[in-house]
Design a protein. Sequence first.
Length: 149
Amino acid sequence: MTNFSKRFLHARTRQKKDVPGFPVIIPIALYHGKTSWRVGLNFRDLFDSSEELVSFIPDFQYLLWDASQYSDEEIKGKVVLRVALLLLKYIFREDLRENFPDIGGKIMPTIADLLREEGIQQGILQSAREAVIDILELRFEVVPRVNSK
């Protein structure tokens, strides 16, 4: 989290020197371990340090998304995100091989949705390209191409 913040702020200072201040960065921890998250939501909670060193550890809260706390139905979003989050949720299951058909049954429909979305997007792009070509051909009185099949 802090490395991302450092790189982001460094890039920001190089890009816009005339803008005062920095934007707020909201840190988010995405957890998908074998057990539930057992640490607090303060960055300092992640360290085991002496009292003398505590003041040198950044002190901020972060948001937590713990995959183990969500049912498959609660995992929503775009297809790519759902597939990624479901894979993260199930990746450490000891019975992954035995239960893969069940798990795959939950993941495969989202992959099918993704492929369908990509196919629709490709179809829309192809139709748009063809429409632009048709308009240009009409505008510039170009003889239309004959499609050979």
